[in-house]
Design a protein. Structure first.
Length: 176
C-alpha cells in the first residue's frame, strides 16, 4: 500500500466512523455492530477479507476487527488494518485494548473508545495518554493510528477523531 492509497483509506475509515452516530441505534452494542459493518463493507471495496465477517462466518481473530489478504496459495499475505474498541468509560480498560494496537504490524490501526462530554479534559487526557503510549513503545510500531472518541455532547452523539502518524525512530505526529 503506497502513501496515497493509505491516506485515501484513512479518510474513508474516518468518514465511515463519523456517520455511525447518525445511522445506528443508540447503545454500545449497536454502535460496535454498525462500525464493524461499515468497515467490513470498506474492506470488501479494498479487496480485503475481515475477521469477524458477517457474511462468510469468519470468527474474530486477534483484534476486534482485522482486515487481511491471502496469497494464491492461501497463505496470509497482508494485514492492512486492525481495530480495537472499548466502550467502558474507564481508561484502564481503554489502555488495555489500545496497547494491543502497538503490537500490530499493520499500516493502519483504529482505536474506538468513549469519554464523558461534561469533562472535556478527560477526553484530551485520553488522547494524550494514547499518543504517549505510541511514543513510549520501544519496538517498531510505525503506522497510522486513528483514535475515535465517542461523546454525547449537547444532546448529540458524535465522534472526535485524532489521527497520528508514527515513523520508525520518530515521535508520533498529528495528521489530518
Amino acid at each position: 500500500m503506497n502513501t496515497t492509497e493509505r491516506n485515501k483509506l484513512v479518510r474513508e475509515i474516518k468518514e465511515a466512523i463519523l456517520k455511525v452516530p447518525k445511522t445506528a441505534e443508540s447503545g454500545d452494542r449497536a454502535w460496535t455492530k454498525e462500525i464493524k459493518l461499515r468497515l467490513e463493507r470498506l474492506a470488501e471495496k479494498h479487496d480485503c477479507d475481515t475477521c469477524p465477517n458477517s457474511k462468510n462466518g469468519n470468527k474474530g481473530w486477534l483484534y476486534d476487527q482485522t482486515w487481511f489478504t491471502k496469497s494464491e496459495k492461501g497463505r496470509l499475505k497482508s494485514v492492512p488494518f486492525v481495530m480495537e474498541s472499548e466502550w467502558r468509560n474507564n481508561m484502564e480498560y481503554i489502555k488495555y485494548d489500545f496497547e494491543k494496537l502497538l503490537l500490530a504490524n499493520s499500516p493502519i490501526k483504529l482505536m474506538v473508545f468513549q469519554s464523558t462530554a461534561s469533562k472535556p479534559e478527560e477526553m484530551q487526557n485520553r488522547f494524550r495518554e494514547m499518543e504517549s503510549g505510541i511514543n513510549d513503545y520501544k519496538y517498531d510500531n510505525s503506522g497510522i493510528y486513528i483514535l475515535a472518541c465517542y461523546v454525547l455532547k449537547n444532546g448529540r452523539h458524535m465522534f472526535d477523531i485524532r489521527i497520528f502518524e508514527k515513523k520508525l525512530g520518530k515521535k508520533a505526529r498529528p495528521i489530518d
